[in-house]
Design a protein around this ligand. Structure first.
Ligand code: URA
Length: 211
């Protein structure tokens, strides 16, 4: 079986911000800010493999060879609702990206994803997709979101998550080995309620101050 690419970003800034994010005493406003900053750092890593090409430019002093991003444009697709907290982090690096939304919630009893809203760029087939889901837990909702963007025509998909579990990564790669995964941390696993441990709790609640 082909195994997919997973990158656990190993960087002092990422480790520092992740520690603050996990801390139960971190207030909502700071949590939101940290999610943005951390996503920006993960986006830097996730876009490392975007195609670029040689161009000739002129500096004030002379002509020189430079590089510019070539090929596909980007579609950023946060999974509602917690993925929206990551959106600005991506857009601060790729302001011209189109944005699609995938509304999924996790049924707390069955842990199965329920789709309630989908709005994607109509040219998503021609774009590199960055799927945003802060917590890759069981992988159920993320796998459903991957199917949704693939059914819309996407063929190039990268998933950016803050924290993942080994089983969540295995689930995505068993069904979608073509999806590259970039995370700040791969945690120990899931508890009996489906929360990532040690994790950071419910990302949506911590982002939006709900309970
Ligand atoms: N979703 C979250 O927000 N937190 C978890 O720990 C698992 C899924």
């Amino acid at each position: 079986m082909t195994t997919g690419v997973v990158v656990e970003v190993d960087h002092p800034l990422v480790r520092h911000q992740l520690g603050l994010l996990r801390d139960v005493t971190t207030p909502t406003q700071m949590f939101r800010q940290l999610v943005n900053e951390l996503t920006l750092l993960l986006t830097y890593e996730a876009t490392k493999t975007l195609a670029d090409e040689a161009v000739e430019i002129e500096t004030p002093l002379e002509r020189m060879g430079a590089r510019r991003i070539s090929g596909k444009k980007v579609a950023v697709c946060p999974i509602l609702r917690a993925g929206v907290g990551m959106l600005d982090g991506v857009l601060s690096l790729i302001p011209g990206a189109r944005v699609g939304f995938i509304g999924l919630y996790r049924d707390e009893e069955t842990l199965q994803p329920v789709e309630y809203y989908v709005k994607l760029p109509n040219d998503i087939a021609d774009r590199d997709v960055l799927l945003l889901d802060p917590m890759l837990a069981t992988g159920n909702s993320t796998a459903a979101a991957v199917v949704t963007v693939k059914e819309a025509g996407a063929t190039s998909i990268r998933l950016i998550a803050l924290i993942a579990t080994p089983e969540g990564i295995a689930r995505i790669h068993a069904e979608h080995p073509d999806v590259a995964i970039v995370v700040a941390s791969i945690d120990r696993g899931l508890n009996e309620k489906g929360y990532i441990v040690p994790g950071l709790g419910d990302a949506g609640d911590r982002l939006y101050g709900t309970k």
